[in-house]
Design a protein around this ligand. Structure first.
Ligand SMILES: [Zn+2]
Length: 283
């Protein structure tokens, strides 16, 4: 029953696409894919990703990251999706989202964030990509709706699925990383600022984290390549974040940091020396 229902709505989707025609409408029409279908797609990507990446399993760290991500997701514009949030065991400073609510936060990002609001800025941005369905839209743009249809019906090309999963996760180098485009990045930042504000977290952390990135941008140190490859205009993002924040009503209850964040950060292993020297952690 479930399978035929899914098939039915996919046929409807394809019919609407064909009747309206043209690539220009593809992105809007793609929203006809249900949460369940997007989740089914994300599940296949996440399975591939987790075969390649090592997850970090300190339960206290994982619980904290999940709590923080769920707080942001709960006040997002897509609160009813199930968000699965995991920590990747790498020094690289990055986080990434996979369609359907899968969110990965690198251990190196937690170490490099100075306070909770800086971490929440990056996580909120990735939640924003999920909220905006940017991943699914990019796949339909890059690989065509046919690929998605086949994948959801279980007849997709496994090699292609693996390749797209690798693009989301930056597995196998940064050259193949999936880029959402400037509009989507701006939208994700806009969502993030609002999510942070509504979750009681000071959104200024998003700006301060990017300000640090601006300083590094001329010569990105090792460990930052993936972040810069997918997010090439940190100054523009700082300006945009500051502008969005200036429009928000001042709220005294916004928190920049928490004891729990600092405790979690202190549990993490030290970042390897080659990265530490570029991250103002002294000699
Ligand atoms: Zn992004």
């Amino acid at each position: 029953m479930l399978a035929s229902g899914r098939k039915g709505s996919l046929i409807l989707l394809v019919a609407v696409m064909v009747s309206q025609g043209g690539c220009g409408k593809t992105l809007q029409n793609f929203n006809l894919v249900s949460d369940g279908q997007e989740q089914a797609m994300g599940q296949q990507f996440s399975k591939e990703i987790e075969q390649e990446l090592k997850l970090y399993d300190d339960p206290e760290v994982v619980r904290y990251i999940d709590d923080l991500g769920q707080r942001l997701a709960a006040v997002s514009k897509r609160p009813n999706l199930t968000y699965q949030i995991k920590v990747v065991d790498t020094d690289d400073v990055n986080a990434f989202a996979v369609p359907g609510g899968y969110l990965y936060v690198n251990r190196g990002l937690i170490s490099h964030a100075e306070n909770e609001s800086e971490l929440a800025g990056v996580m909120g941005h990735e939640v924003g990509h999920i909220v905006g369905r940017h991943g699914s839209k990019q796949i339909s743009k890059q690989y065509g709706l046919q690929f998605i249809t086949a994948m959801l019906l279980g007849g997709g090309d496994p090699g292609m699925t693996r390749q797209i999963a690798a693009q989301f996760a930056g597995i196998g180098g940064t050259l193949g990383l999936l880029k959402y485009g400037r509009e989507a990045e701006r939208e994700a930042d806009t969502f993030a600022v609002q999510e942070m504000y509504d979750a009681g977290i000071d959104p200024v952390g998003m700006a301060t984290f990017f300000e640090k990135l601006v300083a590094l941008h001329g010569a990105p140190p090792s460990g930052f390549q993936a972040l810069f490859s997918t997010h090439p205009n940190p100054q523009e993002r700082v300006d945009n974040a500051r502008r969005l924040i200036s429009r928000l009503e001042v709220k005294d209850s916004l928190k920049k940091d928490s004891k729990r964040f600092q405790r979690i950060k202190s549990r993490l292993p030290a970042i390897k020396r080659r990265e530490a020297k570029d991250a103002s952690q002294g000699n």
